[in-house]
Design a protein around this ligand. Sequence first.
Ligand code: WTA
Length: 655
Amino acid sequence: MSDQPATRPAPSDHIDNVLHENRVIAPSEEFAASARVSPEQYQEMYRRSLDDPEGFWGDVAGELVWMKPWERVLDWQEPHAQWFVGGETNIAYNALDRNVARGLGDKTAILWEGEDGEVRTYTYSELLREVKKAANVLTELGVQKGDRVTLYLPLIPEAAIAMLACARIGAVHSVVFAGFSVSALADRINNAQSKLLITADAGYRRGQPVNLKANADEAAQNTPTLEKILVVNRAGTNPPMQPGRDLWWDELMNAASAEHEAVPVDSEHPLFLLYTSGSTGQPKGVLHTTGGYMVNMYLTTQTVFDLRDDDVYWCTADIGWVTGHSYSVYGPLLNGATVLMYEGAPNHPDWGRFWEIVQKHGVTILYTAPTAIRSFMRQGDDLPAQYDLSSLRLLGSVGEPINPEAWMWYQRVIGGGRCPVVDTWWQTETGGIMLTTLPGAHPSKPGSAGLPMFGVDPAIMTHEGEELGPDEGGLLVIKRPWPSMLRTVYGDDARYRKSYWGEIPHVYFAGDGARRDADGYVTVVGRVDDVLNVSGHRLGTMEIESALVAHPAVAEAAVVGRPDEVKGESVVAFVLPQSGQEVDPGELRAHVAREIGALARPDAIIIADALPKTRSGKIMRRFLRQIAAGKEIQGDTSTLEDPGVLERLAATEAV
Ligand code: WTA
């Protein structure tokens, strides 16, 4: 299947939706005076990162430990990059052993709070010990360098321990978000051909145990490569264990030796796979490798978050998403930071939970998503006002465009007007932050992500590859390779070439629409392909459509996004029933949840008697988007087979 979207909205469709915003918010003098990167330093570092990438990246990489030095910083054979060619290192060694060796052994590495209020902490020495034991457990189970291990875990310390243990032995982790369904899990295990799955009996969500082991058991019926399932006992739910296949994490950890030498791996050795949605039905396995990813996580985390020794850093993302990989685990641990992790929902037991956590643990840096900020905003200013948030000194946002109102609220009510807000644009594919304002160095413009990070060379282009000028809306591209870029789509290099480097010749195509102002600030307005962003989660419309048509009562389906005040976008499904069949909306939603996960459940379902198609049979999603948003139909409808269908659809109540 091709990655070419069936219909592509003109970038201007999106641009028009974003109001021009003129506010400019400078960092406080106090913050700027002691910021890690000053405006002049940014200029100089950024220039050097483009003019002398060998020197720039070589210097950053030199702060980390390499078991064998690299011979060349970059080898670029478009579209394949190799960074730190010939070098050998280990990212878990750099995150743990290296920090213990430089005296951080007694510093808290992970400060974890369970949804039920339980708190567990690990110092760097303790975390290292756990990771060494887990590395021995994996090795004893037969996991070897290069083998893929799938993780399906709640946000518990064992998730980070398992990731780091894989990295320590050169195994490739593939984390599957615990909210994904049985079939999504099975697909990802099969694509990666994992031999081992690490899961938990259950995880907590709003006080209820969510039975992960039962899902794992069901998935394991259709995953021929899977040999063992390692089970963390999180909730004491006592699931059935299949002898010979299922093993308890704790039992093996208790028996494991705490002696382990990290395995040196080639700089380009695969570190992890992370599946994400594209324009076609099958999620793609984004492959990241070791050296370049490590170096860029190390650099971006310290500069974007202005990290200090005594920070308590909290990124609220689940480890099932790239933000959890890069900015809850690898980036902060490489920098020897104290990382807070919270297992549960932001509204359990109520919407004050985040603020209670900030107060209780003295959180200084908070990195969260616009959808969460908008939900908090809805609860009003009084709730956060009941907590002492004065420990906060920096706020971050990621995952979707943040509307200026939510930005201002975050800055004023949560940040007390004193904390810089960094809006960070990046993607699963980019590995790390690509566009933002550095706190202390750059004023912020609410709603605009900002300026390029080191080594990032962005442009706004037309489909034809023509570079656009200030304030012209177009496609966001990156003009040269950067260290943490994806290396390929796992098992499908043709798809990698086509989706990312084939859309516009010689540049990386991000899939987003954007514009750049005269100061160089980039405002990202949203996807221009058939990818939705629902509460910061990427969902392919085609994936949801395939799930819908897999239901026996559905003949055809088309899915579009509709602007949503809290979620950013919500899922609207137009469904054509099989003749003579009734579609039960509740049943259909449950079906989508079973096929993909609850996050993909349509908000609105419109039962249709026909879909707007061209004479050649192509569904015109552009019109469906207008109908879903309750807008007037705009555009040329003359190419439609039956233009009357639009009126009928617009008159149909959603269910
Ligand atoms: C969107 C999440 C505007 C964008 C790190 C991108 C954003 C997709 C921002 C990647 C932002 C992420 N402003 N849009 N600050 N951050 N996006 O792979 O559409 O889950 O292409 O990575 O989220 O989502 P992903």
